[in-house]
Each structure stands twice: as C-alpha cells, then as structure tokens.
Design a protein around this ligand. Structure first.
Ligand SMILES: NC(=O)c1ccc[n+]([C@@H]2O[C@H](COP(=O)([O-])OP(=O)(O)OC[C@H]3O[C@@H](n4cnc5c(N)ncnc54)[C@H](O)[C@@H]3O)[C@@H](O)[C@H]2O)c1
Length: 332
C-alpha cells in the first residue's frame, strides 16, 4: 500500500508513518517544517523515519496551503490512501495567530480534499479534534452531540474541516474518516503540550502553571493507541451504502472520537510525572485560560463497534514512558 501522510514531521504524523513503514507500506510524507515549535525536533523525527523506512520512505518539504506547490511536489503520484495530520495545532496559539489556522486548517484542508479528489485517492483519513465539543457539559462527549459552539478559532477550523469533508463526500463520493483526537501524548510528543512543559519544568526545578487551579480533566490518549486507531481507519474506508454512519452522515463519511475513555484529573497526571522524574513539582495555581475547556472525556463506542478499537495504555504506564523518552532525547 502506498500512503500519503501529511504533517509527517509532526508528533502524530511521524508515529503513524513509522507504523505504516514497519508493516511494509510505502510512505510519502509531506510537511512545511514550520517553526511553531523547534524545527530540530521535526528534523529528528524525519531522521528516525528515514532510518526505519529506508527507500520505502520519501519526504517532501511543502506547504499544502499552496495548491500549486503541493501538486508540484507530488507530481503525478497516486496513493492508495491519505492520512492528513498536518495542521496548525494548539488552542492558545490561535488567540495571537489566527491567520496561521485559516491557512493550514481551512485552505490546507480544502487543498487536501481537492488533491484526493483529483488523484482518486481511495480514502482520506483526517484529523479533527476533541476541541469541537467546546464547553459541552454532557460527559462523555459523543459524536452524536451538537458541536456548533466552539470556544476557540482552532476548534472552529476543525469543525469547518468536518463540514467541508461532508460536502466532498456528497459531491464526489470521496470516502472520508474524521478523527476527533483527545489529548495525545507519548514519545516524540509536542513541546507546547502540558506533559512536555511540566516534565521540563520539574526536571529544571522551575514552577509549573496549573490552570483553573488544577480543576481540569483530560482524556489522555497514548500515542500507540492513537496510531492503532488511525491505521484501522485507513484500512477500513466507509462504504457508500446510504446507511447512517458514526457522526450521522449517510454519505461515505465517518466521524469518530478516538480517546482513552477515561477522564483524568490534572493533579493525578502531575503526581505521575513527579514519580517518573523522582522530583517534586512546584505547583503555581492559575485561572482558566481563554479558549480552554475544563474537561474532556471521549465516548468511543462508535469506533469500538465499527473497528474494534480498544485503547490499552493507562497514564500510569504511558507517562513514565514519555519521561524516559524525554530524558534520553535530551541526554538528561
Ligand atoms: N496531539 C494532540 O493531542 C491532538 C489533539 C487533537 C487534534 N490533534 C490534531 O492532530 C493532528 C496532528 O497533531 P500533532 O500533535 O501531530 O501536531 P504537530 O504540530 O506535531 O504536527 C503537525 C505538523 O503539520 C505541519 N504543518 C502545519 N501546517 C502545514 C502546512 N500548511 N503544510 C505542511 N505541513 C504543515 C507542521 O509543521 C507539523 O509538523 C493535527 O491536525 C492536530 O490539530 C492533535
């Protein structure tokens, strides 16, 4: 199978590309290597993919928000499937940098839909986000809940991606699967996310900002579980049979929550980092941040039913694995 992975130098993209290479697929990765966080980390991820994949991995540095550049980079290549994980991520950054989200997440998403349509890609799996649930207080969040009250521009772009995809499934019968990820963590993770920020600060003896005075809950999902779910989706395109799909579409378009189905207190997560680091955190309670949501919790019944997805990694197992990787990577 030949798979196009966008955001291949990113956290989830790299891990998906690695799993595909390990099972013998050919992977073409694209990424613009933007400097939202350390470009060196993105290059190190690509080096790892080159080491694992050899000739089965090809990489092109390209901005998929530039349609001509995208077509220029990929020439006349055809793919058996696309996993579209490239995006401008992060809720807080969208407050000061709204245009980055429109470019990568709206223009970029449309370009990937057009690209898939024109190349007759068999199936496009794309990243949405649990942030589409906004301040929904019905826990756990279900793909059947209303999601038209975003709290951040990031969430609004992800919901828009789902709407554009629905239109393309209707107009072109393009098989599409949208995945609402819930706080993904693990080795090769993102420096802008709480687990990385807390681990770094604790190891350096600096205080950590604990938002909403610690009254936050997150459904933390370990990267290997996420990758298993993404690959299961890639291998199982939604049929064009007129039946109602997960998320409510009668077109070949499914929407799944992909989480751990456990909502953990932020304080418990910090306890586990402290244990893994062998050091105490200096906790600095702070108010809630704009655009943030107090709790996330995934109802994963749809993806369990359709694809047999079962997350297997608790945060008690996953957090020490991240801290070990973090120390090795930084030679600490
Ligand atoms: N990690 C999470 O907890 C989480 C949660 C919800 C949703 N998501 C979504 O999952 C996807 C992957 O997230 P991630 O954690 O790997 O983020 P990431 O930032 O590590 O990876 C995204 C990659 O996309 C690339 N990119 C951005 N804009 C681009 C463009 N215009 N052209 C080419 N490449 C571009 C970036 O350089 C980056 O390497 C994103 O769509 C994100 O919104 C992630």
């Amino acid at each position: 199978m030949k798979v196009l992975v966008t955001g291949a130098a990113g956290f989830i993209g790299m891990n998906v590309a690695r799993r595909l290479l390990e099972r013998g697929d050919e992977v073409v990765g694209i990424d613009n290597l933007n400097d939202y966080y350390a470009v060196s980390l993105k290059n190190d991820r690509l080096a790892e993919l080159n080491r694992i994949g050899g000739d089965a991995f090809a990489f092109h540095k390209v901005d998929f928000a530039d349609y001509d550049a995208l077509n220029g980079a990929l020439g006349s290549l055809d793919f058996d499937g696309t996993v579209h994980l490239g995006a401008q991520a992060g809720v807080r950054y969208s407050i000061d940098n709204p245009h980055a989200y429109v470019q990568s997440n709206l223009v970029g998403h449309l370009n990937m839909l057009e690209f898939a349509r024109n190349r007759r890609s068999a199936h496009l799996v794309y990243a949405s986000s649990s942030s589409v649930y906004g301040g929904n207080s019905n826990l756990p969040f279900s793909v059947d809940d209303r999601v038209d009250r975003p709290l951040s521009l990031y969430a609004a772009t992800k919901k828009s991606d789902e709407l554009m995809s629905e239109a393309y499934a209707n107009l072109y019968r393009l098989p599409l699967t949208g995945l609402r990820f819930f706080t993904v963590y693990g080795p090769w993770g993102r420096p802008d996310m709480a687990l990385w920020i807390f681990t770094k600060a604790i190891l350096e003896g600096r205080p950590i900002a604990v938002f909403n005075h610690g009254n936050m809950q997150r459904d933390f999902t370990y990267i290997d579980d996420i990758v298993t779910g993404v690959v299961a989706c890639l291998d199982n395109p939604p049929p064009d049979d007129g039946l109602v799909k997960a998320g409510g579409s009668i077109l070949p378009h499914r929407l799944y929550n992909i989480g751990n189905h456990r909502s953990e207190q932020l304080g418990h997560m910090i306890d586990l980092i402290e244990q893994a680091c062998g050091m105490k955190a200096i906790r600095d309670p702070q108010p809630m941040q704009d655009g943030d949501v107090p709790a996330t919790y995934a109802d994963i019944a749809a993806i369990q039913r359709d694809l047999g997805f079962e997350p297997t990694t608790s945060i008690a197992d996953g957090i020490p694995r991240f801290v070990d990787w973090y120390r090795n990577y930084h030679r600490l």
